[in-house]
Design a protein around this ligand. Structure first.
Ligand SMILES: [Zn+2]
Ligand SMILES: [Zn+2]
Length: 327
């Protein structure tokens, strides 16, 4: 099968011919229909996350069709369309797994990081971590839901019942979470790189009542802010934008260092927290919501062989919505 392989961090992915993987016990073999490109892929490819299992197939927003099953993998019949997310395996035994926080599992393994992912024609996945997908979304539209959508949803939950919601970095996750937030009756304020008028227009199209540069203050204090851009300097900026009792949620897996800031902008019971990974329960809740609420998923599709081009466009912010690879 064709695959795009990371040999080591810091070098472009290389097209390779690999054997079709064999599903082990409890695993499914999927023919990949679409795989989203996530910012985490960029962090892995750039060496910002430690110890990727190289040589590695990236990609953890996999939409695929079951074509074979290993011993005991009977959850989805052959021909079923399923989604494979970032969380690929958990131990089921540690204190986190035992308390509904498998996203923090001490021994968790992740798709496209420790487990080969979906930048390929075929992938294997543990059936327990696959999701059935709502039929209303085409393959390319369903792919970004598997991480951008899911992590956005978990980040929004971490914001509590915030009415005035700031979103920093208007990419794949933000364009989905903005729609969910509007559906829930929240008010959305979008922050982009200074001068990104196209990104600001995109945010307004998706229901943001205000869109501006991340260096600007919002027109009124926010109740919470979600940070999707991997820029540590946005943490003090967002703390200044939220009012007393406000929460700043860092949703990315990697961020540049956060600069020092005066205690005064944290004072007043403001909170800074991160959101890490996902639980299967998050996925089930999110896909129930995505079934009920039609999300407008904006994608730019590329052939599998153009994975490096997709990563470059994400790095440079030259994308509207989410990039998706089609094998
Ligand atoms: Zn565990
Ligand atoms: Zn991701």
């Amino acid at each position: 099968m064709h695959a795009m392989v990371l040999d080591r961090a810091g070098v472009p992915l290389r097209p390779r011919e690999l054997p079709v993987p064999a599903p082990g016990p409890g695993q499914l073999l999927l023919r990949v229909a679409a795989c989203g490109i996530c910012r985490t892929d960029l962090h892995v490819a750039d060496g910002e996350l430690p110890d990727p299992a190289v040589p590695l197939v990236l990609g953890h927003e996999i939409v695929g069709t079951v074509v074979a099953a290993g011993p005991g993998a009977e959850r989805f019949p052959s021909g079923t369309r399923v989604g494979v997310p970032w969380l690929g395996w958990t131990c089921g035994e540690c204190a986190y797994c035992g308390s509904g926080r498998e996203n923090l599992c001490d021994r968790a393994r992740f798709t496209g990081y420790q487990i080969d992912g979906g930048y390929a024609e075929y992938a294997v996945a543990d059936q327990r971590f696959c999701f059935p997908l709502p039929a209303r979304y085409a393959d390319a539209e369903a792919a970004p839901l598997l991480c951008a959508g899911l992590i956005g949803h978990r980040a929004l939950a971490a914001a509590g019942d915030a009415r005035r919601l700031g979103i920093y970095g208007f990419g794949a996750a933000a364009h989905l979470v903005a729609q969910v937030a509007r559906h829930e009756g929240r008010r959305v304020f979008a922050f982009t790189r200074a001068g990104d008028t196209d990104g600001q227009a995109f945010a307004r199209e998706l229901g943001a009542e205000w869109a501006g540069a991340s260096t600007e203050p919002p027109p009124e204090p926010l109740d919470a802010a979600l940070l999707f851009a991997p820029v540590g300097g946005l943490v003090p900026a967002a703390l200044r934008a939220v009012g007393k009792g406000g929460t700043v949620v860092c949703a990315g897996i990697h961020m540049s260092d956060i600069p020092g800031f005066p205690y005064e902008i944290l004072w007043g019971e403001r909170t800074v927290r991160s959101v890490a990974n996902l639980t299967r329960r998050d996925g089930e809740a999110f896909f129930r919501l995505a079934e009920r609420v039609p999300l407008r998923v904006t994608t730019e599709t590329l052939p599998l062989a153009s994975a490096n081009e997709g990563l470059a466009r994400l790095r440079e912010g030259r994308l509207r919505g989410a990039a998706v690879l089609l094998p």
